[in-house]
Design a protein around this ligand. Structure first.
Ligand code: ADP
Ligand code: ADP
Ligand code: ZN
Length: 213
């Protein structure tokens, strides 16, 4: 099963990806997490991406496409994956399709999580993330059991720089201009499902699981 989670920044992709990947026993591939991992390790890729990410702009397509191709050609991806944050441009989507079809594979479902802009801002500005396992929390909507600490792995929680700066509105704008066209792209291919993301985390999860079961 190969799934794409589509939706604006803060829609709940990371929150829901974990449940989906566990349910389907496939890996969760989050492009933003991979980029931040590269930054923490100080790789060339991480360093080149940093400036774009700080400004809320997309990292160039060729860089991202290479990084994701690499990840999904790993043996642990043979059963499938949940893509979270990729593709984000038409160029990324068509290169993914081309790579898959050359191996007689395809994306099974694209789940588009819809949330209004005003709610996105509330979600992003209150988001805290585990430094170790990347699990997202929220200071009011989804609190950790112990303040500042991840329920899953006891890792330290931190706020992303791009969640607390001008980058927030830039990212929402970039989503509308560059990523939203993917909704039409996948609709035409017939595998898009719309999910109302403006419900409780539990209710969104139910809708998603119903769709993929
Ligand atoms: P994305 O990966 O799409 O950017 P996240 O999963 O990181 O989004 O969620 C963004 C923020 O919103 C996090 O702080 C998360 O705890 C919170 N959140 C996620 N889903 C919901 C929901 N259904 N209702 C309220 N808050 C949510
Ligand atoms: P969010 O889910 O909150 O939008 P991500 O962690 O997915 O955040 O992405 C953070 C940043 O990483 C983006 O603003 C962008 O700079 C970069 N990025 C992540 N995925 C991609 C992608 N597919 N193409 C280009 N840039 C990306
Ligand atoms: Zn953790």
């Amino acid at each position: 099963m190969r799934i794409v989670l589509l939706g604006p920044p803060g829609a709940g992709k990371g929150t829901q990806a974990k449940t989906i990947s566990e349910t389907l026993a496939v890996i969760h591939v989050a492009s933003g997490d991979l980029l931040r991992e590269n930054q923490n390790k100080g790789t060339e890729l991480g360093e080149m991406a940093r400036g774009y990410m700080q400004k809320g702009l997309l990292v160039p397509d060729d860089v991202i496409i290479g990084m994701i191709q690499d990840r999904i050609s790993n043996p642990d991806a043979t059963n499938g994956y949940v893509l979270d944050g990729f593709p984000r441009t038409l160029e990324q989507a068509s290169s993914l399709d081309a790579a898959l079809s050359s191996q007689n594979q395809h994306i099974d479902k694209v789940l588009n999580i819809k949330v209004s802009d005003s709610e996105l801002i509330v979600r992003l500005s209150g988001r805290w993330i585990c430094r170790d396992c990347q699990r997202p929390y929220h200071e009011t909507n989804s609190k950790p059991k112990k303040q500042g600490m991840c329920d899953e792995c006891n890792g330290e929680l931190y706020q992303r720089e791009d969640d607390t700066s001008d980058a927030v509105s830039k990212r929402i704008q970039v989503y509308s201009n560059q990523t939203a066209p993917l909704i039409e792209y996948y609709k035409e291919r017939g595998n898009l499902v719309e999910i109302n993301g403006e419900q409780s985390i539990e209710d969104v999860r139910k809708d998603l699981l119903e769709t993929i079961s």
